[in-house]
Ligand binder design. Structure first.
Ligand SMILES: *Cc1c(COP(=O)(O)O)cnc(C)c1O
Length: 358
């Protein structure tokens, strides 16, 4: 087997907050982490992480899982029965990025609501709940993504969450929060994670996004829910052994990388404000709630893929393609404030040249 050629990191990598590398301090902390057999409940680092997570989210218990996707899929499987219908926004991660997991693993039908920037209304939600019938699937639960990734990092307002989950409870439905970026929402809104989480039966938080840990997610809920989640973790091959090596990165991140998310939000706002001044780009800076910025390049005559290829290959600025002409840029722990003008110059140059060439 040959080793791949040295991977060249882009100069400014706005591709996603998933690309963050553990800091030297995080690596040192991981190297020192006390370890044991996670499956037997004997890994002190995993136990510390799950205790911290349960406390942070105001839940009885939590489980450490190798990915956020597994957190969502296990939550859905525990809450539902085959044939059930689950409501969420059409942009949701569980619909678009989990390889049909809800259907394949739980036999559930996910019904997409047409929200605005990833956030649907209480009226839309209420209207989608099916009356009990011998013919219709049972609308058994709701998933809310805080923040909405494909919506552009949108924060779900607490009042909207309260309204929707109250309706869900009235209908005997469960509620799960895909809180991959819940801590971004909390830092930006000043509302504690446990205050958002209180309205849900289960909550997942990703450690490998803006928090900067290399791997993993935490799923929290009642002790009974977590006991059932553990059985699926074991069955689906997510139970580990000396998992404290990676869980300790989560402990470090929860201690040291939460409040700094505010810097990412500031960088995203600065970036959006500068992009708004570039002729040929369509962007709504007032829609930037957290660390994700979406803009449209249709007026340049380029597709988002062509646009991204040019910023990357010519200027070392990597962005991601989010639609035929929609580009997404994400700020995170490995993007400094000084890199923002570098990214803006690259994006402005590609836009300007494309417009001139038309
Ligand atoms: C990234 C992400 C996930 C899945 O997390 P992984 O750790 O990459 O599996 C789930 N939901 C949302 C909203 C995400 O952005």
């Amino acid at each position: 087997m040959s080793t791949p050629a040295q991977v060249q990191r882009p100069l400014v990598d706005l591709y996603s907050d998933t690309i963050t590398l553990p800091t030297p301090e995080m690596r040192a902390f991981m190297a020192e982490a006390p370890l044991g057999d996670e499956q037997k409940g004997e890994d002190p680092s995993v136990n510390e992480l799950t205790a911290m997570a349960a406390e942070l989210l105001g839940k009885e218990a939590a489980v450490f899982l190798p990915s956020g996707t597994m957190c969502n899929e296990i939550a859905l499987a525990v809450h539902s029965r085959p044939g059930d219908e689950v409501l969420t926004d059409r942009t949701a991660h569980i619909i678009n990025y989990e390889v049909g997991g809800p259907a394949a693993l739980s036999g559930i039908n996910v019904r997409a609501l047409d929200g605005e920037r990833g956030v649907f209304t209480a009226e839309q939600f209420r209207a989608a709940i099916r009356p009990a019938s011998r013919y219709a699937p049972v609308t058994s639960g709701v998933v809310i993504e805080q923040t909405s990734n494909a919506g552009g990092g949108t924060i779900w307002p607490l009042e909207r969450i309260e309204e929707i989950t109250a309706i869900a409870r009235d209908h005997g439905m469960w509620a799960h929060m895909d809180g991959a970026r819940l801590l971004n929402a909390s830092v930006a809104s000043g509302i504690e994670p446990r205050v958002y989480a209180a309205h849900f039966d289960s909550v997942f938080v990703d450690l490998s996004k803006g928090l900067g840990a290399p791997v993993g997610g935490i799923l929290a809920g009642t002790q009974d829910f977590i006991d059932q989640a553990w059985r699926l973790k074991q069955r689906w091959g997510g139970a580990m052994r000396q998992a404290g090596v990676i869980a300790s990165a989560g402990v470090y991140a929860l201690r040291n990388h939460v409040s700094r998310l505010a810097e990412d939000h500031e960088n995203a706002r600065a970036l959006a404000a500068s992009l708004a001044a570039i002729e040929g780009l369509e962007i709504r800076p007032e829609h930037v709630d957290t660390n994700i910025v979406l803009f449209d390049v249709a007026a340049t005559g380029l597709t988002a893929a062509e646009f991204g290829k040019r910023t990357h290959e010519r200027f070392g600025v990597r962005v991601s393609v989010f639609g035929p002409t929609t580009v997404r840029v994400v700020t995170h722990i490995d993007v400094t404030a000084a890199q923002i003008p570098v990214a803006v110059r690259a994006i402005a140059a590609v836009t300007g040249e494309a417009l001139a060439g038309r």
